[in-house]
Design a binder for this molecule. Structure first.
Ligand code: FAD
Length: 443
């Protein structure tokens, strides 16, 4: 006998509930299609209905109903993840957090927000009093803070603060459990790692305390180079220059700049490009560094004009892949920590045009290191795995974006603490089932 989803929907009385199939289908998917491997695995996955609670009390009500009927519950922020993080593998209820978008407070260096707060909308408020997020993904205009913590890793700002999982980048969370009698648990200190980047498999985050960064007057700059390795060395030097305040160092080997239709006039054919965000107060010494490396500045957008037009940030991180795929849909990508420029050079020479070099510099254990989201001319899954293997043999670390399994992406090992927390708060395994290997394979 099939489950009566309409009857279930009526139990959510008072909470916005969506059952209309095309809308439910839309709210079931994310940007998994960047991966030709995930595409066939996830394209037909759907939830049965969507709920949009507005308060923690309503979240508790949703949790209670899901537990009573033992139906899966998958949390969704803006649905901009790339690995199907929020795609329900086994149907059930989709809990959309976008109506929980209140900012509780912003004070010196930290904030307390609800999970559905959009990253860009928050920055607009916080900058009025001199603060902003420490880091944002290139999807900051639509992505939510809950989704960034749940399924993201880092981005613009990571050159200063590292990644979301680094200690200090998340201060506290409140989570709703899926026990017979759902509870609210507050996690602080290292305990936040129990739910940090867990794909919503072990608790519904209803509130977050997040540290902030001082908001500088940021200038966007494009610098071009004749030689890719020089561009990469320039990126490293800028990353290492402690006196130069920056937020983004994104380096693109030819022919990647040719995919940026909107930036054509600043990225002449054949050149390699650096897309940067620099503090206005540092522009003069920054220009000296550009000169030292023989670069040429072709574009500069002042802090004042910051909100006008498309931001350069929206050509970096995985937006690079987005632009490239809009021109050539056969392209896909990798996420790689190279750690050294020698390794970047070796892999650049080895793969040539098959793996186009896109570097993002970020801070790891106090050092600026080259990481990247290279574009791959996809042929077969076997070849893709061969490319990944070769990178690993050379000592690079690949956070594989072609899997929806939490541990098979960036982590590689089972996080015992996260699994144990799931045993405690989700004893029936209802939360985003099928994503956490450590849970699926226990015993
Ligand atoms: P969703 O995709 O809706 O959710 C992500 C995960 O978090 C899901 O597993 C979901 O279940 C879980 N989740 C959501 N809310 C909660 C909650 N309240 N409690 C518990 N779990 C929850 N990512 C980066 O890290 N850096 C980048 O630079 C970056 N660039 C991107 C560029 C493009 C073009 C695209 C398509 C994606 C990019 N991403 C990037 C991935 C993604 O956009 C970000 O990680 C984003 O922050 C996810 O937020 P979201 O609201 O869309 O989350």
């Amino acid at each position: 006998q099939s489950f009566d989803w309409n009857a279930l929907a009526s139990e959510f009385a008072g909470i916005e509930t969506i059952t209309e199939p095309t809308q439910v289908a839309k709210l079931s998917l994310d940007y998994y299609h960047f991966s030709p491997v995930l595409q066939p695995l996830l394209e037909d996955k759907r939830g049965n209905l969507v709920v949009r609670p507005q308060t923690e009390a309503e979240v508790l009500q949703v949790a209670r109903i899901c537990v009573k009927h033992k139906v899966p519950l998958t949390i969704r922020g803006a649905g901009t993840g790339n690995y199907g993080q929020c795609i329900p593998l086994h149907g059930g209820v989709i809990l959309d957090t976008t109506r929980m978008n209140g900012i509780r407070w912003i004070k010196r260096g930290k904030t307390c927000v609800e999970p559905g707060v959009k990253l860009a909308a928050f920055d607009k408020q916080a900058r009025k009093i001199g603060w902003e997020w420490r880091m944002v993904p290139s999807t900051y205009r639509s992505a939510t803070i809950g989704g960034f913590i749940g399924g993201g890793s880092g981005g613009i700002g990571s050159i200063n603060y590292g990644q979301l999982r680094d200690r200090g980048n998340l201060l506290a969370v409140r989570v709703v459990t899926l026990e017979d009698e759902p509870r609210v648990i507050e996690l602080r200190g290292d305990d936040v790692q129990k739910v940090n980047h867990a794909y919503g498999t072990n608790g519904i985050i209803t509130e977050l305390e997040v540290p902030l960064a001082p908001a500088y007057a940021w200038v966007e700059v494009i610098v071009i180079f004749d030689n890719f390795i020089t561009a990469a060395q320039f990126g490293q030097a800028l990353g290492d220059a402690d006196g130069l305040v920056k937020k983004l160092i994104s380096i693109h080997a030819h022919p990647i700049p040719t995919y940026f239709s909107g930036l054509k006039q600043y990225l002449p054919d054949g050149k390699h490009g650096a897309l940067l965000t620099i503090a206005e107060s540092c522009l003069e010494p920054f220009q000296e560094l550009v000169r030292e490396y023989g670069g040429e500045i072709t574009y500069q957008k002042s802090a004042q004009d910051g909100s006008k037009g498309t931001s350069l940030a929206e050509f970096t991180w995985n937006h690079t892949t987005l632009h490239a795929r809009s021109i050539d849909g056969t392209l896909t990508y990798l996420q790689t920590f190279f750690f050294t420029l020698e390794r970047v050079e070796k892999l650049y020479d080895h793969f040539g045009d098959e793996v186009m070099m896109h570097l993002e510099f970020l801070r790891v254990n106090g050092q600026a290191i080259p990481a990247g989201l290279q574009l791959v001319r996809y042929t077969t899954e076997e070849r893709l795995n061969e490319i990944i293997r070769y990178h690993e043999e050379q000592g690079a670390f690949i956070a594989n974006p072609h899997t929806y399994i939490l541990e098979d992406g960036g982590r590689k090992t089972i996080d015992v603490e996260q699994v144990q927390f799931k045993e405690q708060v989700d004893p029936y395994g209802l939360m985003n089932p099928g994503k956490m290997r450590g849970w699926e394979e226990r015993e």
